[in-house]
Design a protein around this ligand. Structure first.
Ligand code: ADP
Ligand code: MG
Length: 324
């Protein structure tokens, strides 16, 4: 039988990468400064996210598995004023509905933890557990009970790559958290959690790439601050995926900003090639129109031509201020 949670799950969690994104956002929302994500077989067989956040008591842990039981806010009218990444109370129940999930959690102030076992959304058991303060969510056999969805998944390699992409964006958006990613027992990256974007970037994209990044900064306006790093043209890539756009601390899809970055490289890159860049905008929330798809964020910016022009100029300045 198909439940509302299984239907919602299709929107929130379409593949291992979206489950990982939601779980890590929950860890960040819980104030975690250290998050370890471990997956096997691209996340198809197992995903484990552990954090040192503030955890949950038994009642909250049970509640967290119910739909729309967010502890965060009531509405999403003004998303960018919300300081938490989650707000819908849909992710955990959605993931639980389509997997075999273990939730172990202990609030900071308590000496007792809770261990919940859930299968296909049904709580099978709940018992006390010993663990350090924080939360461990383990997801096994994602989509085991929704074969149609499972059929859409790609190979473990592709799914694992998508998990890495999603995690690296979160790591870049939150350089103050140390995020460690392990795939099939091998460490893929670990950010130091120093709050420095360039150090997170070095961990995620490699030292060699980080050395080729030029600082971008334009904080001359009171409604828009542009910061980040733009890669030297030699770093060019075959796709635009490595132009990462953050708006007010969130990873977003913004072809406007991505194209504005690309524009700065006009004539500097071979035809059909794309730069590497991480551009972080702080904008007045009033200027944002957020179109919230359950799994991704699309933004429209007011004064978008000014924003695009400013981004292009800031990146271009970074490029010409050094000898290429
Ligand atoms: P949302 O993030 O939109 O509130 P979720 O379904 O993702 O909804 O999570 C439900 C609730 O479970 C959260 O509001 C939070 O209270 C709690 N929760 C989930 N993950 C964690 C975690 N890692 N640490 C502490 N609390 C958590
Ligand atoms: Mg959430």
């Amino acid at each position: 039988q198909f439940t509302a949670n299984q239907i919602a799950a299709g929107e929130v969690v379409e593949r291992p990468a979206s489950a990982v994104k939601e779980l890590v956002e929950n860890s960040l929302d819980a104030g975690a400064t250290e998050i370890t994500v471990e997956i096997t077989a691209g996340g198809l067989s197992e995903i484990t996210v552990r954090d040192n956040g503030w955890g949950m008591d038994e009642e909250d842990a049970r509640l967290a598995l119910l739909r729309h039981a967010t502890s965060k806010i009531r509405g999403a009218e003004d998303l960018f004023r919300i300081t938490t990444l989650g707000f819908r109370g849909e992710a955990l129940p959605s993931i639980a509905a389509v997997s075999k999930l273990t939730l172990k959690t202990r609030p900071a102030g308590s000496d007792r933890g809770t261990h919940l076992e859930v299968e296909g959304g049904q709580v099978l058991s709940c018992r006390p557990a010993a663990l350090a303060p924080g939360t461990i969510v383990q997801v096994r056999d994602l989509f085991y009970n929704t074969p149609a969805r499972k059929k859409h998944l790609k190979s473990a390699g592709t799914e694992g790559g998508a998990v890495g992409d999603a995690l690296s964006r979160l790591a870049l958006a939150r350089p103050e958290a140390s995020i460690r990613f392990i795939h099939n027992r091998r460490e893929i990256f670990a950010t130091p959690g120093t709050g420095k974007l360039l150090e997170a970037l070095a961990a995620v994209m490699g030292m060699e790439t980080a050395r080729q990044m030029l600082p971008v900064e334009d904080i001359s306006r009171d409604w828009l601050a542009i910061r980040g790093y733009a890669g030297r043209p030699v770093l060019h890539r075959s796709n635009r995926r490595q132009i990462i756009v953050l708006v007010n601390g969130r990873y977003v899809y913004s072809s406007l900003v991505a194209l504005a970055v690309q524009e700065a490289y006009h004539t500097l890159l071979p035809a059909g090639r794309h730069p590497v860049a991480v551009i972080s905008l702080q904008v007045d929330p009033e200027l944002l129109d957020v179109n919230v798809h359950p799994a991704k964020l699309q933004v429209r910016l007011a004064r978008e031509r000014e924003v695009a022009g400013a981004v292009t100029r800031a990146v271009r300045e970074a490029l010409i201020s050094t000898s290429l």
